[in-house]
Design a protein. Structure first.
Length: 189
C-alpha cells in the first residue's frame, strides 16, 4: 500500500458516519466562462435543466445568474432579465454562450463531472436569499474546490466560501457567507 493510499484510507475512515458516498448528481457538468473569472454549472436530463453562472470577484454582480427550463434535443435557450444563455450538447459535454443585452457573448464549454467526485452544481435557498456553488474536482484523488455566490433578496452579492476542506456529508457541503454557515445541496434538473 502506498503512502497516498494509506492517507486516503485514514481520511475516509476518519470522516465519520455522517459522510455519504462521494458521488455527484447524474447529468452534472462544470466549466468556465471564457475570458472571465466566472464558472458555470449545469444539471440536465432529457426534459429539463438548471444552469448557474457564478461570477468571481470581478464579475459576481454582473454575471451571477440562475437559468432553468425545458430543453430540447438541440439544447437550451433560457433568458433572465438581462442575460440569455444558449447551449447544446457537444460530445460528452455541452458548449454555449452567455449573451448580454449589449450584444456581446461569452462562450463556455462544460465537461461531465468525473465519476467518484463531488463535482457539480449545488444550492441553498435561504429566507434571505439563494446561494449557488460550482464544485470542481478533476479526479477523486484530487481535492475539490468551489466558486460560490450568494444573492440576497435585496440584490446584494456575497462570496460563498467553504468552511473547511470541500467535502460532501449527508447534509451537503458546509459553506459560509460572512459569519453564517449552512449546507448546499446538489441541484436537480
Amino acid at each position: 500500500m502506498t503512502v497516498r493510499s494509506v492517507l486516503v484510507a485514514l481520511l475516509v475512515s476518519g470522516c465519520g458516519a455522517s459522510e455519504e458516498a462521494v458521488t455527484t448528481a447524474p447529468g452534472a457538468l462544470v466549466g468556465a466562462l471564457a475570458g472571465t473569472d466566472a464558472r458555470v454549472g449545469l444539471v440536465v436530463n432529457e426534459e429539463r435543466g438548471v444552469l448557474y453562472v457564478c461570477g468571481g470577484e470581478a464579475t459576481r454582480a454582473s454575471l451571477t445568474r440562475w437559468f432553468s427550463g425545458a430543453r430540447t434535443a438541440k439544447g437550451l435557450d433560457w433568458t433572465t432579465d438581462d442575460l440569455r444563455v444558449v447551449a447544446s450538447p457537444s460530445g460528452a459535454g455541452w458548449s454555449g454562450e452567455v449573451r448580454r443585452a449589449d450584444g456581446s457573448a461569452l462562450s463556455f464549454s462544460l465537461s461531465p463531472a468525473a465519476a467518484g467526485t463531488i463535482a457539480g452544481l449545488y444550492e441553498a435557498k435561504l429566507p434571505e436569499g439563494r446561494a449557488g456553488v460550482v464544485v470542481f474536482q478533476a479526479t477523486s484523488a484530487e481535492p475539490a474546490t468551489i466558486l460560490g455566490a450568494f444573492k440576497s433578496t435585496g440584490g446584494v452579492f456575497e462570496q460563498v466560501l467553504p468552511v473547511r476542506e470541500v467535502a460532501r456529508a449527508a447534509n451537503g457541503i458546509e459553506v459560509r457567507i460572512a459569519a453564517r454557515t449552512f449546507f448546499v445541496q446538489p441541484v436537480a434538473p
